[in-house]
Ligand binder design. Structure first.
Ligand code: DX5
Ligand code: ZN
Length: 219
């Protein structure tokens, strides 16, 4: 699945941005609070409006402190997937259950420096693992290939039947990097600048999808 990130879109024209990638699978919404990351973006009222403006499933990536308090609200607002950071969650089991009982898939994200091994059991409570391939906070950064072993490890656990997860990568994903992520086992690809920085966002989504498919067949 390809999930264009609105972080690289024109914030005064979000509905048009969503429309321009109507062929995508998820629409990635980066929620930042100036505390967990040094950037401030959009919050619940905008997600509520987006929900009415597009039929694309909303993939809300919460880069915020105290997601335990705020995450269920995004599920209630109609997000398809709500991802919290393991570094920020106080009770990640509880927050996953709250997100799911509010009707969304629950996602857990790890920053580049956060190891995955301590959280493998916890991931039984989740539907999505988001492996950050840049430091969270800003679009347009360079993909960090050193985190791909975490994707490989998660893929092994999924293939062995220990976990059932979408494996999502986020940050620096473009035509030059998507194949490496797909070969490592990712199946959801977030792309901000590679999509909204392109002349034709919908063609950019298609190009990414083709490359990911090619690499997944090779895996
Ligand atoms: C970064 C965000 C990403 C960002 C990716 O903190 O989580 O979703 O939009 O942007 P690109 O694809 O430009 O690296
Ligand atoms: Zn994101």
């Amino acid at each position: 699945m390809i999930a264009p990130s609105l972080l690289s879109a024109d914030f005064a024209r979000l509905a048009e941005a969503a429309e321009s990638v109507a062929g995508a699978d998820w629409l990635h919404v980066d929620v930042m609070d100036y505390h967990f990351v040094p950037n401030l973006t959009i919050g619940l009222p905008v997600v509520e409006s987006l929900r009415k403006a597009t039929d694309l499933p909303l993939d809300c990536h919460l880069m915020i402190d105290d997601p335990d308090r705020w995450a269920p609200g995004y599920a209630e607002a109609g997000a398809a997937n709500v991802t919290v950071h393991v570094e920020a969650a106080r009770d990640p089991v509880q927050v996953a259950r709250a997100i799911r009982s509010a009707g969304a898939l629950a996602g857990l994200s790890v920053k580049p420096g956060t190891p995955l091994e301590p959280y493998l059991d916890l991931l039984r409570e989740y539907d999505t693992l988001l492996v950050m391939t840049v430091e969270p906070g800003f679009g347009g950064q360079e993909f960090i290939p050193d985190v791909l072993p975490k994707v490989r490890l998660a893929r092994e656990h999924v293939n062995a039947g220990h976990l059932r997860l979408f494996l999502e990568v986020d940050g620096g994903v473009g035509t030059d990097t998507i194949a490496a992520a797909a070969e490592a086992g990712a199946d959801v690809f977030v792309a901000g600048s590679a999509v909204f920085g392109a002349e034709d966002p919908s063609a950019a989504v298609e190009a990414l999808r083709r490359q990911a498919r090619g690499a997944m067949t090779a895996r």
